[in-house]
Design a binder for this molecule. Structure first.
Ligand SMILES: Nc1ncnc2c1ncn2[C@@H]1O[C@H](COP(=O)(O)OP(=O)(O)O)[C@@H](O)[C@H]1O
Ligand SMILES: [Mg+2]
Length: 249
């Protein structure tokens, strides 16, 4: 993997990214000429209508999918130079992903689902850590439930606990508060930003929740496969020392 090391301080650098798929109706361009730079410890929200390409972009950034053309450099590693095995190793080492559809393992309990990545990473006290994480998301009374025995919001909180357990360098979350009531949504947002502050975890969130988006240092808008950063974002947003957005207009 050493050949792919690119020295910079970016968490993510995206250059001229395109994603085209072949459908029965012909070629469909999902992402068209995306460029972004995200610094380590930054927090960005990606907004935009349904079907505009947000989830596709997140999957590419997390090395879960392959672009048609363009380059992604994740924490100094150019993804184009990696085979599937190396990409899996990179994900395990640096990335967590909260999926829109949760992707919990059906046959494992809430506790076992959260323990899984910690066990794979060789963490010794995986069970205690998983228990503590489930407590933080308010699910200590649901440790032994299977996903199908949990509500949508509870499954989402299990997925969040699972994503947090290994303190990733970059956390990708696809509508992490989409199934939560406002109290639980605020609690999860507080956890996301605590992780951002305490562990310098870079956050890349896709969200329709404007309140959550405003808490991010930057807001980007996806429209029809094009990503833009509103000018107001760049000039009027000042990031305070504590990482919170002081003013967004
Ligand atoms: N593998 C695929 N094959 C065909 N169409 C796809 C595929 N993946 C995504 N799409 C289409 O691309 C568009 C963008 O999808 P997606 O990234 O999921 O959007 P968003 O997350 O913004 O709602 C949608 O119209 C979707 O139907
Ligand atoms: Mg989506």
């Amino acid at each position: 993997m050493s050949n792919n090391i690119v020295r910079n301080t970016s968490a993510i650098t995206v250059t001229n990214l395109n994603k085209t798929v072949v459908t029965q109706e012909g070629e469909l361009t999902i992402l068209n000429g995306i460029n972004i730079e995200v610094k380590q410890g930054d927090s960005i929200a990606i907004l935009g209508p349904s079907g505009s390409g947000k989830s596709t972009l997140l999957g590419l950034l997390a090395a879960l999918d392959t672009p048609t053309t363009g380059e992604i450099v994740l924490d100094g590693v150019a993804l184009s130079g990696l085979n599937e095995e190396q990409k899996a190793a990179l994900r395990k080492q640096k990335v967590s992903f909260i999926f829109q559809s949760f992707m919990l393992v059906d046959t494992l309990t809430a506790l076992e689902n959260v323990m899984l990545p910690a066990e794979l990473a060789g963490v010794k006290d995986a069970k205690q850590k998983a228990q503590a994480m489930l407590e933080r998301v308010g699910l200590s009374h649901r440790l032994n439930h299977l996903p199908k025995q949990l509500s949508g919001g509870e499954q989402q909180r299990v997925a969040i606990a699972r994503a947090f357990i290994c303190e990733p360098k970059v956390l990708f979350a696809d509508e992490p508060t989409g199934n939560l009531d406002s109290v639980n949504g605020d609690k999860i947002a507080d956890m996301l930003f605590a992780l951002n502050q305490e562990s310098d975890t870079t956050l890349v969130l896709v969200t329709h929740d404007l309140h959550l988006a405003q808490r991010c240092a930057r807001q980007l808008v996806m429209e029809n496969g094009h990503l833009s950063e509103p000018a107001a974002n760049q000039s009027n947003t000042t990031q305070a020392a504590d990482g919170k957005v002081a003013e967004v207009s």
